[in-house]
Design a protein around this ligand. Sequence first.
Ligand code: NAD
Length: 343
Amino acid sequence: MKINIDNERKLIEEMLKAYDVKAIEASIVADVITDGDLKGFSTHGLGRFPQYIKSIQSGTIKIDGDYEIEKETTSSAMINGNHKFGQYVTVKAMDLAVKKAGECGIGVVGIHDSNHYGIAGYYSDMASVQDMIGIVISNTEPAMAPFGGKKALLGTNPITISIPTDDIHNYICVDMATSITARGKLLESKRKGEKIPEGLALDKDGNPTTDPEAGLEGSILPFGGFKGYALAFMFELLAGPLVNAACGVNVQGTATPDVMCTKGDLLIVIDPEHFAGSMQFKFYVDQFVREIREENGVIPGDREIENMNIHMENGINVDDTLYNQLTEMAKAKNLDITSYFEE
Ligand SMILES: NC(=O)c1ccc[n+]([C@@H]2O[C@H](COP(=O)([O-])OP(=O)(O)OC[C@H]3O[C@@H](n4cnc5c(N)ncnc54)[C@H](O)[C@@H]3O)[C@@H](O)[C@H]2O)c1
């Protein structure tokens, strides 16, 4: 089964509105999910949507109320997400960080009590399309054992950095988990009844496994051995206690929809205009990209551009389990979404 991007967007908005989500929030959620699928992060695309519906049903995503700015200076802010959709809260927080960076060079916004937000790169891109540098760090429910240990005590803690460019052929962004693969990869493989490749996960006894279920019960390995683990460790603190969010085993609800989400996010935006100057910075960025390309080097972001072209053209694959989950959730609200899909 397949779905084209326009239909995917319509399906998400229609279903969220049927579940009483406000139009603005439904539109942002649809935007972030389709961006994930377009860029090839299917682990954080439509496949994650049923999790959000379950969170609405269990009340861990609140459809009423709004986020709050709890503290603010010219360059910083702290946001209480009040358990609204992670996508909505993070978009609003990023808007604020960009505004602050434009005014004084840097905008740093911390978020707590928000929800799972999908792909981190959507938010750092919001800065780069406005000629600024966007950085987002988050923590998640534990999935990774500490280096040398067996028990999952750290999240898959993603980081994304987006850099502005003047060349329309360039898109410069790295968007990655600090685990060797996102937890979503294991969830997706479990849903599809597939094994995971060797070298991604350990079972609860610390033995290598290709069974996604055993990996989810055990731990996912960090990328790059100790170095990936050390970054995850630091992000646990920067996206946790620094912003009044939980840390380590106390982080819940990013992968468990019936538990209130306690993770945190740290958004950093830098306006190059207040440093070397925007034009000059982008000139050197594009020169550096040309040097890398002349050596046939790959630019962080190349794969996303390639994937976007493929998925705009061909749509997104939807496996039977996901199709059944979605159609059942739609049926519960008397919606028929079958016409959005094609064989
Ligand atoms: N919301 C959350 O709690 C959460 C947690 C973890 C990860 N995530 C998201 O999961 C997604 C997937 O993360 P991941 O680490 O599994 O991604 P990944 O390993 O597939 O890719 C990581 C990055 O490296 C790039 N890359 C990898 N191989 C490449 C190649 N051969 N050529 C060019 N570029 C290449 C990708 O394009 C991407 O920018 C990300 O969008 C991340 O934000 C979200």
